[in-house]
Design a protein around this ligand. Sequence first.
Ligand SMILES: Cc1ncc(COP(=O)(O)O)c(C=O)c1O
Length: 486
Amino acid sequence: MGSKLHVRDIKSGPPLHYKDDVRAYSKEYAHSLDEQDSLQHFRDDFIIPSKKDLKRKTLAVTEEENSSDPRCIYLCGNSLGLQPQNARKYIDRYLRTWAIKGVTGHFVPHEDQLLPPFVDVDSAGSQLMAPVVGASPSEVAVMGTLTANIHFLLASFYRPTKEKYKIIMEGKAFPSDHYAVESQIKHHNFDPKEAMVLIEPKDPDTPILTTDQIMKVIDQHASSAVLVLLPSIQFYTGQYFEMKKITEHAHSRGLLIGWDCAHSVGNVDMKLHDWEVDFAAWCNYKYMNGGPGVIAGLFVHEKHGRVELEKVNDNEGFRPRLAGWWGGDKQTRFLMENKFVPQPGAAGYQVSNPSVLDLNAVMASLEIFNRTSMAELRKKSLHLTGYLEHLLLKYPLDASPEDKPFSIITPSNPEERGAQLSLRLQEGLLDRVLEVLEEHGVVVDERKPDVIRVAPAPLYNTYSEVREFCEIFLQACREAVKAKKS
Ligand SMILES: Cc1ncc(COP(=O)(O)O)c(C=O)c1O
């Protein structure tokens, strides 16, 4: 183990890919991949809990806390991203502004401000959020929460008639999306049994929906459906749908299409504008690292956000929506005239004044994203998750099938997935596997009865962590099988 291995040092020919190198499972190999990772320094922008932190019973900062304590292996950015180091700085500035200015903090700039006065923080949010989702700033609003935003968007885009009233979505949608659609349909006095078209996986053991299957369902219901609502990345399987192709197909059949981007924002490089997506919504607490339940985001394509001022007085000239004062024109907002003139674009979908505290948390993270690009992050992510998959399937080289009592339900084609791999364990192993992972300071999440989701985030996870995870996971599997037999 002594000599230092560097993949690029290998004399003959171009650098080896981990798939071609039998040493891929060694600590040295993983370390050499980290050394070559041009995004590795971003890890220092995050607070990685130590293994001791995870076991702490109190929040008090204690003297024995040490930055050299081993860090946990955090592979759960698909659920809740880690805290950026600079979140405290942003939130401190916000508290200070509020403390020294009170209400005038809405309008008074400061020489050393990180963000504009409270009243303009939402526009600053759109500026930094837009490149993350492939949109222009006017198409993005940092606002609300995910499910509430889906409701706001459906209120605007789902305008059923007797002939066209159906919404097409997946049968295994995240429950909140299911409830939102169901309640919107009821709200319009339609029957969800008829109006909700649920696309079900053909094989429950491989719950993947093919693009062909989705397009066929769209064809089948085109004459009676208004819109399609799908997740860009499916929360359970990690499948990344062909957003561009499906969007084009829905449009070719005269349907609108919206995407729930909870699991794709900050994860894959979407092009919401170029793909002509009609609308989208997401949360900012997963790969976006904004903190639990933090303010979310939505996208409205520019073609839907236009405002024709000359028609506004007749309540026309803009797409109908559930309105509130913060969506109104900034120039006239404080005139209190009760005449709703929406701001053009996604900003016109805002309802309330946003939580500036929340926006600061999100901006702290967006500052980091804006120091790189989603294309760069995606490049690393493909490699990192590919490495995870490769090690899980191929190593150790002498492993027998019994040593691997799991299957990967996420598509094996890297283009059809983001950072996450969903591992389905054989029956009765989940609890013990989770116990062993926890004992070793590994954080992943579970979806009962038998799936764990493992998501290396390219901003802060390393190849070495992925390697170590595989070692611990395989040990956990062995122990779980043994415990089941005894
Ligand atoms: C795909 C998806 N949709 C909707 C939600 C609900 O999010 P919220 O509670 O922020 O509305 C989640 C939460 O994890 C999710 O993963």
